[in-house]
Design a protein around this ligand. Structure first.
Ligand SMILES: [Zn+2]
Ligand SMILES: [Zn+2]
Length: 263
């Protein structure tokens, strides 16, 4: 229990004055939010965790539409123009690009899981840092200049159980860091969809039909806007696509997707 308490305390001191923070540092040396071992600074991942995370970074070549990595590219091939077979088959996706900086494996998967299901809320900071790196560096987002951020919603029942929507928490924090407005509750999940992991892609699409809706009073904010849709993880892209579809149906000019990781 102590490491978690220590991290919560770091968080409390972070909001206070510098003298209090120094005092906090004396009694409670900074811990890595990844492994709960020693770290150089409060909320900073330790060198070992950073190394493990670096192994999951998605590097070219990957699908320009869904970020799926692929092997076997010829030298000199235009790597940014590649689109995977699944995206070619997908009937006109509602998003232009779905960007993820990492694969949802190993320590990346563990950190996202801990943030979502284990109440380790302070992990929003390193996860948002990764989103910010993608926003600044990925060629599909660098020049996009979205009008606003929106988040993939949870069904209200699920959100009540968890206490927060992890995608909205990340979107709000990223918005503050990047100076972009976050449209909270722009899209609602009107149908709770059972877990999709065992379904085929066709079944997922059917399962998600009509699951998302932009409330009529929100449509005026959405119409004509270029939106960046945030999620923690996408796998086949069916969920972000269904959500992007609802936003496009409400008049959004363009939707691109940014997630911490892809499955
Ligand atoms: Zn660590
Ligand atoms: Zn693809």
């Amino acid at each position: 229990m102590r490491p978690h308490f220590n991290l919560l305390l770091q968080q409390a001191f972070r909001g206070g004055c510098a003298a209090l923070q120094t005092l906090g540092g004396l009694f409670f040396p900074p811990l890595c939010p990844g492994c709960l071992g020693d770290s150089a600074a409060a909320h900073a991942l330790c060198a070992a965790c950073q190394q493990r995370i670096a192994r999951e970074v998605i590097e070219a070549p990957f699908c320009a539409t869904c970020s799926r990595p692929f092997r076997g590219a010829e030298v000199g091939e235009n790597l940014t123009a590649f689109v995977c077979a699944e995206c070619r088959e997908r009937r006109a996706p509602a998003f232009t690009h779905a960007v993820a900086g990492h694969l949802a494996r190993g320590v990346v998967r563990e950190l996202i899981h801990a943030f979502k299901y284990e109440g380790r809320f302070y992990l929003r900071r390193p996860l948002t840092d990764w989103l910010q790196v993608s926003l600044a560096n990925d060629s599909r987002l660098r020049d996009f200049r979205p009008d606003a951020l929106v988040a993939v919603p949870l069904h209200p029942r699920r959100q009540r159980a968890r206490g927060y929507n992890q995608a909205a928490v990340l979107a709000a924090l990223l918005g503050r860091h990047a100076g972009l407005p976050f449209f909270a509750h722009a899209v609602r999940r009107v149908r709770d969809t059972p877990t999709q992991t065992h379904l085929t892609r066709e079944e997922r699409i059917e399962n998600l039909r009509g699951a998302f809706l932009v409330p009529p009073r929100k449509q005026v904010r959405i119409a004509g806007r270029r939106l960046l849709l945030l999620d923690d993880v996408f796998t086949t892209g069916s969920t972000v696509n269904a959500c992007a579809r609802a936003l496009r149906d409400a008049g959004a000019a363009e939707v691109r997707v940014l997630a911490v990781a892809r499955g």
